[in-house]
Design a protein around this ligand. Structure first.
Ligand code: PEP
Ligand code: MN
Length: 348
């Protein structure tokens, strides 16, 4: 069995890869996934035992018996094993079954009572404890969770960037906030940061792109959901990938030599913001189409100059407060307005 050093991340390859299903479903399922994961890439096997589901009456995890199966995985494959805990009972069982790595999920990090309860039951443990970012982009909640663990003498800590909840985005299920994660890294340079592209994307297609981004940001590791039959998975079926994909992705990654890290990071933030602008513009034009239908039914004119004039004035003032020039705001909104009128005219 692997010996974990005090600076625990150095006990693993870089990047450290944790992989396995969203949920342990049955013994064969996890054994098969574990056998199909390439140990040259993956060093830790993950599986959810208790699942925090958004709505009730879904599969809520297999419970304690899954911990016995994980011990079999450990014996048969040599992988270390990782699970999520969300309360004192989970922690007691994780320790009883000698689970190696424990993570706190996004829905728990958000709640100081929960984190405190977990920290108290983990007191003085040498296990590796990973803290996912809270579901909302509040860096203090994330820091607070770490402080609660440190206060209980827990030293082998790491964090996971799994993105943040948003009301709607076509590209991501949980939008990454690279800037906030980097700020965290600056405050705690010795705490390894992992990336969870599965929960960031919520789909299979975007995973490789997020891995590449996180590699460019120097993340120390990844946690990625894999399943032998993703479409039939009992939770998060859209985002799980085949175990073989891990090797396929990571063997294709070549690190670019960065000339100027600061510039590269800022460029990445700009790209992300620009993409978000496109998503917003698309939402904006979809609303224009919907409004056109209502106007058509009610025999209203497409262009209502009074409304437009008062709005543009409001936008110019807001822009001014935020350091954007009047000409710039005017130009952009004239274009948006023109496009919206065109769309509406086609419908009416
Ligand atoms: C998970 O890893 O399966 C999970 C529930 O993650 P999160 O807390 O990021 O939603
Ligand atoms: Mn999941």
């Amino acid at each position: 069995m692997k010996k974990i050093e005090p600076n625990w991340i150095n006990s693993f390859k870089k990047p450290l890869i944790i992989s396995g299903p969203c949920s342990a479903e049955n013994e064969n399922q996890i054994l098969e996934i574990a056998k199909r994961l390439d140990p040259n890439y993956v060093e830790i096997f993950r599986a959810g035992i208790w699942k925090p589901r958004t709505r009730p009456n879904n599969f809520e995890g297999i419970g304690e018996i899954g911990l016995k199966w994980l011990n079999k995985v450990k014996k048969k494959t040599g992988f270390l094993v990782a699970i999520e805990v969300a309360n004192k009972i989970h922690v007691e069982l994780a320790l009883k079954y000698d689970i190696d790595i424990i993570w706190i999920g996004a829905r728990s990090t958000v709640n100081p009572f929960t984190v405190q309860e977990i920290a108290e039951s983990l007191k003085d443990t040498n296990k590796i404890i990973l803290v996912k970012n809270p579901i909302n982009p509040d860096i203090d909640l994330w820091i607070g969770a770490l402080e609660r663990l440190m206060n209980k003498g827990i030293k082998n800590l790491g964090v996971i960037h799994r993105g943040f909840s948003i009301y709607k985005n076509l590209k991501y299920r949980n939008i990454p906030n690279w800037k906030l994660a980097l700020k965290f890294k600056k405050l705690y340079p010795n705490i390894p940061m992992l990336c969870d592209p599965s929960h960031i994307c919520g789909n299979r297609e975007g995973i490789f792109e997020v891995i590449k981004k996180a590699m460019n940001f120097n993340y120390e590791g990844f946690i990625i959901e894999t399943h032998c039959d993703p479409d039939k998975a009992l939770s998060d079926s859209y985002q799980q990938i085949l175990p073989e994909k891990i090797k396929y992705f990571f063997s294709k990654i070549f690190l670019k030599k960065k000339k100027n890290l600061k510039l590269e990071y800022k460029r990445e933030f700009i790209n992300e913001l620009d993409e978000n602008l496109i998503y917003l513009l698309s939402d904006r034009m979809i609303l224009s189409e919907k409004i056109a239908i209502i106007k058509k039914i009610n025999n209203f004119l497409v262009f209502q100059p009074k409304r437009w004039e008062s709005l543009i004035e409001k936008y110019i003032n807001l822009g001014n407060r935020l350091g954007l020039s009047k000409t710039f705001i005017k130009k952009i909104f004239n274009e948006i307005h023109k496009e919206s009128i065109n769309i509406q005219n086609k419908i009416i």
